[in-house]
Design a protein. Structure first.
Length: 277
């Protein structure tokens, strides 16, 4: 069995490739820049990729603001690529979507059967591609907020971490939003169990544990022992914002649960260590 992984040089892609290799799976890692994986392939674009049995497609642009600037051009290109991939003869495709398609207007954990919304170009593109893959009998993974070694510097998690390391105050626009956070290697493991399993469909991937940004900051301050760190909020919102995923479906179908708690993950980041296999 051969698994092709697009976006293999990215934050999630590297973890997925490493997880599959750990399980002795034949992996072809595809990226647009050189990567240090055996059997890797560098492409100018993702229109042409190697053939295989299973495709894990992680190559979409993860930066929401950049996608929104592209407007409908991005969605059209993403849909065309999705249609092309479904014609390549893969037995199974797993497409990385986003929990953002649920919106943030309810406090209840989101289930895969809950309503979804295209509120901007990013969510519009995700939902359009979801439809292509699901109509062809493949799988969609809706990811929560991932964190870990190598994550983007431009998110609230990284901002709090950086200032805790510098022993300074953390200035945020708002600290009331509630989210759930998942260690990236746990997400990688979920991709592998879905890819190698015998079921398809939509799956939420998260921790199911609600954490406010204020509570996240407190955890980071405590674990980093930054006793002088404080959170400065410049424009605290009066409107509730919550996005937490219900992961009961993947638990039932694949017996998958996260291994790394948020406290453990934060400690691993500060100690610059990897979790024990």
């Amino acid at each position: 069995m051969k698994v092709v992984v697009t976006g293999a040089s990215g934050f999630v892609g590297q973890s997925v490739v490493k997880e599959l290799l750990r399980q002795k799976i034949d992996v072809c890692a595809v990226a647009r820049r050189p990567i240090d994986f055996q059997n890797s392939v560098v492409v100018k674009n993702y229109d042409e990729i190697p053939v295989g049995d299973i495709l894990i497609h992680l190559a979409d642009n993860p930066v929401r603001a950049e996608v929104n600037k592209c407007k409908d051009v991005y969605t059209a290109e993403a849909m065309n690529l999705a249609k092309k991939y479904t014609s390549f003869g893969f037995e199974k495709i797993i497409f990385a979507s986003s929990a953002s398609v649920y919106g943030d207007k309810t406090m209840l954990p989101r289930k895969e059967t809950d309503p979804v919304f295209a509120v901007d170009e990013y969510t519009k593109a995700k939902l359009a591609c979801e439809s292509v893959y699901l109509d062809a009998g493949h799988s969609v993974v809706r990811l929560t907020n991932l964190y870990g070694h190598g994550m983007s510097k431009y998110n609230v998690f990284s901002a709090i971490l950086k200032n805790s390391t510098l022993k300074g105050n953390v200035k945020l626009k708002d600290d009331t939003a509630i989210r759930d956070f998942l260690w990236v290697d746990d997400a990688a493991n979920s991709f592998s169990v879905i890819a190698l399993g015998d079921r398809t469909g939509v799956y939420n991937i998260g921790s199911s544990i609600p954490v406010s940004i204020a509570d996240l900051a407190e955890k980071i301050f405590e674990i980093s022992r930054c006793i002088d760190c404080e959170l400065e909020v410049t424009n605290r919102s009066l409107k509730p914002s919550s996005l937490v995923l219900d992961i009961s479906k993947i638990k039932k179908d694949f017996n998958w649960v996260p291994r790394i708690t948020l406290d453990e993950g934060i400690s691993l980041l500060f100690n610059d260590k990897k979790p024990v296999e």
